[in-house]
Design a binder for this molecule. Structure first.
Ligand code: SF4
Ligand code: ZN
Length: 395
């Protein structure tokens, strides 16, 4: 029925640089995004698939293009609260398509179409849209109507992205003031086990998922509609490590769902039993032994970090669903959490960040540390960082 096969067996597929026909988003492209909006019943034209701008077949081989995926859904029991959770399914379902790879979320998406899939006839977003609508409505019967628009026109993508950024921010802002201590239940997500079979995300009010797409409210909304789904509730149990923040019930559930790979997880430490990572993290915290501190780098940072390693190499150390002390993948929003790496000393332990990331975290960095965290403009290797830290009186 479709030009290529579709099913969960294709989820772990990777598509290398030399293998893609065309890619959308990713590091080469500044504007990209995806957004799901819940609308009123009469506001959604069911099955409508629109392509605005050049389609897959219109691009020359090897091109990287802008893309915005705009999904609108309606259904009697659908609530606004579910938008983020449904949006995450775009990632899951696109990866079901043979020869199509989707990574990351929100303003960060990266999609590749394999040359073989293109040769088999997957040459239009109309087909991708058809598959997505079929999967969404089959797997989530709460969706009664769905329309989808694929926008590749760069100016329009930029416009849509600006609007979407406001929505992402609203979702994140909802959490302000809510503490881990205030709730009895956390949420876990195992959606990414197709790529990292032992990875379990634990989402708390003060720890957004590492993909940045699922916060505590989203977890709560998800289990309401689909208690057997990839996201599920976990009673937090007893705090057994108040320093690094570790709860007995969370450990138990992580042990089970990681098939025994991870038995202890600290929710707020990169050094002691760190939370595992799949590969979807928006940023990586990495330990720099020479300064006994951390670097933090986000996916959009082009170039090498202070240790000489680019994001992609660090991602290799952090990902795969296995604990690797000194590395932890995080959602950018976690930089704003009052419990940010509290077990390791929080910002007191941060030595290096790229300028843009430091700016976005500025209001959460203690004032006295603002000039004492180096950026790529201050230092370019660990020796220079050591000197910087000494001068700042931090070593
Ligand atoms: S990164 Fe974590 S929260 Fe996000 S989809 Fe994957 S498992 Fe779920
Ligand atoms: Zn993931």
């Amino acid at each position: 029925m479709y030009a290529v096969d579709v099913g969960p067996q294709y989820e772990g597929e990777r598509i290398r640089k030399t293998e893609f026909q065309v890619e959308f988003g990713g590091p080469e492209v500044s504007h990209k995004g995806e957004l799901v909006t819940v609308k009123g019943h009469d506001e959604v034209e069911h099955d409508k698939i629109t392509v605005t701008g050049p389609d897959i077949k219109d691009f020359a081989e090897g091109v990287s293009s802008a893309l915005f995926i705009k999904v609108e859904v309606a259904g009697e029991v659908l609530e606004k609260d579910l938008e983020a959770v449904l949006e995450r399914r775009i990632h899951q379902y696109i990866n079901y398509i043979e020869g199509v790879f989707h990574m990351a979320q929100r303003y960060d998406i990266w999609i590749r179409i394999h040359k073989n899939a293109f040769k088999k006839g997957l040459n239009s977003f109309e087909q991708v849209g058809r598959i997505l609508i079929d999967l969404f409505t089959a797997e989530l019967p709460v969706i009664e109507k769905m329309s989808i628009e694929f926008v590749t026109d760069p100016a329009k993508v930029q416009e849509l992205l600006a609007e979407a950024m406001k929505v992402y921010k609203e979702r994140d802002d909802k959490l302000k003031g809510l503490k881990d201590e205030d709730v009895d239940e956390f949420y876990a997500c195992v959606l990414c086990q197709s790529f990292a079979p032992t990875h379990v995300c634990v989402v708390t009010p003060e720890r957004i998922s590492l993909c940045g797409a699922i916060n505590w409210f989203d977890g709560r909304a998800a289990v309401k509609v689909d208690p057997e789904g990839a996201q599920f509730a976990v009673p937090k149990g007893n705090l057994i490590d108040p320093e690094n923040i570790s709860y007995d019930t969370i450990n138990q559930v992580v042990t089970e769902r990681s098939l025994g790979e991870t038995t202890h997880v600290s929710l707020h430490s990169a050094l002691t039993n760190p939370h595992t990572s799949c590969g979807c993290f928006e940023a990586i915290v990495f330990y720099i032994p020479e300064v006994d501190g951390f670097g933090v780098v986000s996916r959009d940072f082009v170039g090498v970090t202070v240790t000489g390693e680019p994001f992609s190499t660090l991602a290799g150390h952090a990902s795969g669903g296995k604990q690797n002390e000194g590395y932890v993948g995080i959602g950018v929003q976690y930089l704003k959490s009052p419990k940010f790496l509290i077990g390791d000393g929080g910002y007191n332990r941060v030595a290096w960040m790229p300028t843009s990331l430091k700016e976005s975290a500025a209001e959460n960095i203690p004032q006295e540390l603002m000039d004492k965290i180096a950026t790529e403009k201050d230092v370019s290797n660990v020796d220079e960082l050591t000197e910087f830290m000494q001068k700042a009186g931090r070593l």
